[in-house]
Design a protein around this ligand. Structure first.
Ligand code: HEM
Length: 447
């Protein structure tokens, strides 16, 4: 079942949805409720496929497995990335995250082998080394800003995975500054300030452009060096340089630049957020933390994986996947107009009470093998779904496992607040307040 014929589509009703203010539509309700409660409201009142208008745009929200399959797999060719993401081409060019059509297909085919489970396991040592190095700076009893620490650790890891020993600490520091500027710009360009931030030479935009230029300089220097060196090394950049299509063609310098930029950004912030949320939850549930520590002491990792999945369910770093319809279409018997923005609300899907009992509670034990097996395929989507699913999921999961177990084996982690963890939804989710944790050494607790 690919495209439904035009005549059938025109008969179908449009999805139902709330009436809203002219132009602003549902935007005030969305801001007031936040994405999880807003999408729950839409589903509760208007069903599995609903629609609303906000800020002059039409949004279609899909919950049902058939609708998600339709948009991300069966009729994926009718759906391009959403307009916000397309704006990112300024920095990522035609890298995997932003590329479309045949170009994306070829890049994915060329790059996929470098992200297989086996290839990723060769990064085990570098991940462990970087984590040990970071932890060695902690002198407990001490407070840490978990997000800051995890951001710098995951950037170190993705830089080493991309460039090996070739990238120096000074360069990583520069990359970190430049990425911070680009993130700040992205955040602003998603809110109401979008109207001027993206069009006028305001400081945020100038810093962003400067940030891109700095990143470009570092990346092209590293590519040139590696090309000159010629020696085969175990890093992703070598793999990208060596990648060949069936006809023997390779990636150009521009394509490699775009992929490196994409991997720098896509490869560290989301992972750092997942780690921050997991540490936050462990700091609030000492019995879960103890159980995990006990298991790790026996060299096992079943509960570790359950803790990670429960964290990704309740607090997904990527809270939404969005697409734009290229042509009119029909989803679950509803008419979808060309240019509609189709939203797959991962965060709200993960809190569906029909699938996850006590959906807002942190309960890692729920993730038994039987439970996992019984889940509909579209009920748990931290890494997306279909052909454009996250290429770095094995990389991220391995990294999160290594870092979490290293921390929990060595330290007792305590929360410093009784206020619950609250996230805001920007490009990724983000903690509303800094996640400050108190670390003490294991021995202190035992004595
Ligand atoms: C916990 C960590 C991570 C989360 C939650 C996450 C989430 C996601 C999601 C939801 C998508 C799909 C977006 C869409 O369909 O529109 C995606 C795509 C992608 N991710 Fe990740 N990601 C993570 C870590 C990583 C890492 C470590 C890397 C690389 C080292 C990476 C690289 C990418 C790339 C290149 C894409 C685009 C793939 C394509 O379109 O072919 N991600 N990610």
């Amino acid at each position: 079942m690919e495209r439904t014929s035009e005549s059938t589509i025109s008969q179908a009703p449009f999805p139902k949805g709330p009436r809203g203010l002219p132009f602003f539509g549902q935007s005030f309700r969305y801001v007031r409720l936040g994405p999880v409660r807003f999408y729950r409201y839409l589903r509760g009142n208007f069903g599995d496929v609903s629609q609303h208008n906000s800020l002059g745009m039409n949004f279609v929200i899909v919950f049902s497995p058939t609708a998600i399959e339709h948009v991300l797999v069966k009729n994926a060719k009718n759906y391009s990335k959403d307009p916000f993401l397309r704006g990112w081409k300024e920095i990522f060019g035609e890298g995997l995250l932003t590329a479309e059509g045949e170009h994306w297909k070829r890049e994915r085919r060329l790059i996929q082998p470098s992200f297989s489970r086996e290839k990723i396991s060769s990064y085990f040592e570098l991940m462990e080394k970087a984590a040990l190095e970071r932890i060695s700076h902690w002198k407990p009893p001490q407070k840490i800003d978990a997000r800051r620490e995890m951001m710098s650790l995951t950037l170190e890891i993705v830089s080493r995975a991309l460039f090996g020993a070739q990238i120096g600490p000074g360069q990583i520091e520069k990359v970190s500054h430049a990425l911070e500027r680009t993130s700040r710009y992205f955040m602003k360009s998603m809110g109401p300030s979008r109207l001027w931030v993206t069009r006028l030479p305001v400081p945020t935009r100038n810093w962003y452009l400067q940030g891109i230029q700095e990143l470009d300089e570092i990346v092209s220097e590293l590519i040139q060096q590696k090309r000159k060196q010629g020696a085969k090394t175990q890093d992703l950049l070598s793999a990208l340089l060596d990648a060949r299509d069936e006809d023997g063609s390779a990636l150009s310098d521009k394509q490699i630049r775009d992929e490196v930029m994409t991997l720098f950004l896509a490869g560290h912030e989301t992972t750092a957020l997942a780690l921050t949320y997991a540490l936050d939850q462990l700091s609030r549930y000492p019995e879960v933390q103890n159980k995990l520590r006990e298991e790790l002491g026996k060299g096992e990792s079943v509960f570790l994986k359950q803790v990670i999945d429960e964290t990704l369910r309740l607090y997904p770093p990527a809270w939404v996947v969005a697409r734009q319809a290229l042509h009119d279409d029909e989803i679950d018997g509803y008419r979808i107009s060309a240019e509609s923005n189709v939203v797959i609300p991962i965060w709200a899907i993960h809190r569906d009470g029909k699938i996850f009992s006590e959906p807002d509670e942190f309960r890692p034990e729920r993730w038994t093998a039987e439970f996992r097996h019984s889940l509909p395929r579209t009920a748990f989507l931290p890494f997306g779904y279909g052909p454009r699913m996250c290429i770095g999921s094995h990389f991220a999961l391995q990294e999160i496992q290594i870092i979490l177990s290293m921390i929990i084996k060595r330290f007792v982690v305590k929360s410093t607040t009784s206020r619950p963890l609250e996230l805001q939804a920007s490009i990724t989710t983000m903690p509303v307040r800094d996640v400050v944790l108190l670390l003490s050494r294991m021995e202190y607790e035992r004595s």
